[in-house]
Design a protein around this ligand. Sequence first.
Ligand code: SF4
Length: 91
Amino acid sequence: MLSDSQLNSLKWSIRKPHVNSTCIGCSACTAISGDVFEFDDDGLSCVKPLSTYENRDVDDSIAACPVNAISWQEADETGKYLHGITEHVDV
Ligand code: SF4
């Protein structure tokens, strides 16, 4: 029988982009990957809920972000970030 930690390691996860609190709302990521990033009511970029973020120019958005606010993080099958990470926290 598998332990809880072993079961957790078998759960399906995806790579999901994450935007931290340093976003200045410059629009670079929304222009490059408009199917991935959008602005919230505070003018910060946030990540749209998608089943996959591969082949959507996310790496180009990461490279273009002037404040290095975007990174790849792990998310579960519902799109929730793993490891206690939440939207717009600094990781
Ligand atoms: S490129 Fe960076 S600073 Fe500009 S809107 Fe996107 S996350 Fe924010």
